[in-house]
Structure formats: C-alpha cells, structure tokens
Write a protein that binds this ligand. Structure first.
Ligand code: SF4
Length: 362
C-alpha cells in the first residue's frame, strides 16, 4: 500500500501544477471578459458554445490555449500518453475519386504509377508480423470497383482465421459508401456483413471538412459530410467504435472548423461511439492545391488545443506523428493531445507521398 499512496501523491503534485496554471489564468486582470468566461467554463467542466470556439481561434494566444487544453487533458488522463503497436495495409492507391488535396492516389488511367495488392499479397503482409507483438492492423486505401464488398469480407475472414486476436481497424466511411452502394446494401447491412467477417473498428478518415461549400471545392465527388456522419452513426448503433478526423489548414475558415467539431460533438452526444479525434494537417506537395501555403506549427498546436477544449465528450485527441513529425508530436502532448497513434512501422505511404509526407486517403 505505501507504493500506491506514493504514486497517488505524485499524480496529485503533477496535476496541482496544471491547476496552478489555471488559477494564474483566472486571476489575470488583463484577460478579456469573454476569454475569462471560457476559462471559467473549462475549469468548471462546462461546455463551451459555437461562438466561444470561434473566439478561441480568433483571439486566444498560444499560452492561454495550451493551459486550458492541458488542464482538460490532465483531468482526463493525467500524464498518460497512449499508443498502440500496429501496422498498415494499403490495398491500392488507385482511386475513382479526385480529391484535390490528395497526394496519394492515382486515377485508374495512371495505373502504372500505382499499386493494387491481391488478397494473397495482403495476407503475406499479415504473416510478416507473425513473430511481432502487434495488436492492430489498420487497412485503408483508394477506392476501386474490383475491390468490392465480397473481396474485403473474404480478406477479413482470412486475417481473423490466421490471427484471431489481431484487431482489425478498417476502411473509412468514403470506402464504405462506395462499397455498400455498389453491393446494393444499406449501411447497416454492409457493416453487419463486415463485422461478421472480422471488422473491429473504423478509422476516422474521409471527414475532411463537413461544410458543403468547402467540400464541393476540395472533394466534390466522394461521400458528403452527412453521409460520412450517417455511416459512423450506424456503426455506433451496432456497437462498432470509430475515430474522427478533420483536414485543416487549407481554404476553410475558423467557423468551418468549429462547425465540423460541432457536428461531431452532437453525434457523440447521441451515440458515444467515437474514441479519438485526429486533426490532419493539409500538406501541399504533389497535389492540386499546392498553391496554398501550409499553416505553421504554432497553428497546429492551437488547433489541437481548441479541439481538446471543444470536444469535451471525446476521450482522446490524437496526433498522427507520421504527418507532423516526432518533435511536433511531442510538443502536442502539452496542447491537449494524449494519443500518438501507432508504431506503424513505416507501413504507410499516405503521408510519405506528400510532404515529403501528405494527405490521406480520404
Ligand atoms: S483522398 Fe481518398 S477518396 Fe480522395 S482521391 Fe485520395 S484516396 Fe481517393
């Protein structure tokens, strides 16, 4: 028992530093009334509203945002940071869609620049991890007609037959929308088929920005924001957990970002099915939006912090380290982030083709 008591006291001391930082903010006579009201709400575990979210983006400085976000992060998780041991399988980088920010995909007519893995090749990737302590395989890629629902249910069955305990996090809502439409099944019917085949959870890609106007400009031909949200809601109602993302730092405004967070927060209120929120930074290499400058690391940290403060009903905020680099990922841990994704083991090409490392499938 002494050991336990010691650990408990240690945690209290560490949280008390965060508590003192909040007190300093609250007692700062130069703080504007609206920002003080937000700090008081965060301190009291009250939810901030849409206008307050926009105000944070427009008027709060980095120190203020970091203090509030870290306060929320430590109240939820202390100093714990989460990661998992995983690897990716990207079945193809050919895609029927034409998202302007995507550096990863190639159109079918450019097939010589891309790849299509067979089910056997993907099983060889799974087998190559047989002697490694991985717990999750993350499957995501471009959208192709021949990679249909029957193809993927068969693949999931083979993976589970080979390694039953491996968690399969697979396919974004963009892929599901296409798969289910082609197979002429409802979201619910398709998700039940995939769950029976071995699907455990759903990644958060493809959300981009829900605002219809921005979506029409940057990714006009894939599923809408409403369809993305409907697919995740259907999954949650079946007991399948999922993650959510935002693609930020291109042509969207702060209002669009808060609108996006708000739609996620409302869905989470209804279902509780989201696990992580993952902000994804727009990268400009090798895509049709290369004329748009990338936002700074400071803006990345501000965005993590506002996300942590606004999404009070999300357990985790994740920094996807292959996209932002290890140093920024480390820094983000003081700005609301508590999860740095997986070991990944260099198995993803999604960002390595755009940043030198961009933008995701979906
Ligand atoms: S982002 Fe996804 S859906 Fe869009 S073109 Fe790239 S791979 Fe296809």
């Amino acid at each position: 028992m002494p050991t336990l008591r010691l650990i408990f006291c240690y945690l209290c001391i560490e949280f008390s530093e965060t508590f003192e930082s909040m007190q300093t903010i609250l007692q700062n006579p130069q703080l504007s009334a609206p920002l003080r009201r937000i700090a008081e709400k965060v301190y009291a575990s009250e939810r901030i509203n849409f206008d307050e979210g926009v105000l944070l983006y427009e008027h709060a400085d980095l120190g203020f945002l970091g203090t509030l976000a870290n306060f929320v992060r430590e109240r939820k998780h202390g100093h714990k940071t989460y990661f998992n041991r995983n690897f990716h399988i990207e079945p193809t980088n050919l895609c029927v869609y034409t998202c302007k920010f995507c550096s990863y995909s190639r159109l079918i007519k450019q097939r010589e620049e891309g790849w299509i893995l067979s089910a056997d090749e993907m099983m060889n990737i799974v087998r190559s991890y047989d002697d490694k302590p991985v717990t999750e395989v993350h499957i995501v890629g471009g959208v192709l007609p021949q990679m249909n629902l029957a193809f993927f249910t068969d693949l999931l069955r083979r993976i589970k037959a080979h390694r039953p305990e491996l968690h399969i996090k697979g396919f974004t809502a963009v892929e599901y929308y296409y798969l289910f439409k082609k197979a002429k099944v409802s979201y619910r019917e398709g998700l039940i088929l995939l769950r029976e085949a071995g699907l455990d959870s759903i990644p958060g890609g493809g959300a981009e920005i829900f605002d219809e106007g921005i979506r029409a400009i940057i990714c006009n031909d894939k599923c809408t924001g409403h369809q993305w949200l409907d697919i995740h809601e259907t999954a949650h109602n079946l007991g399948i957990q999922s993650n959510a993302t935002i693609l930020y730092g291109h042509i969207e405004t702060y209002q669009h970002r808060i609108d996006h967070l708000n739609r996620l927060r409302e869905l989470q209120d209804r279902t509780g099915g989201f696990n992580c929120f993952i902000p994804l930074k727009f990268r400009r290499e090798n895509n049709e939006m290369s004329h748009i400058p990338e936002v700074s690391v400071t803006e990345d940290l501000r965005n993590y912090a506002v996300s942590r403060i606004y999404l009070d009903n999300f357990a985790h905020i994740k920094a996807y380290w292959p996209m932002i680099g290890r140093s920024t990922a480390q820094l983000s841990l003081s700005f609301g982030v508590d999860d740095i994704d997986g070991t990944i083991d260099d198995t993803t090409k999604i960002y390595s083709m755009a940043v030198p490392r961009n933008n995701a499938p979906h």
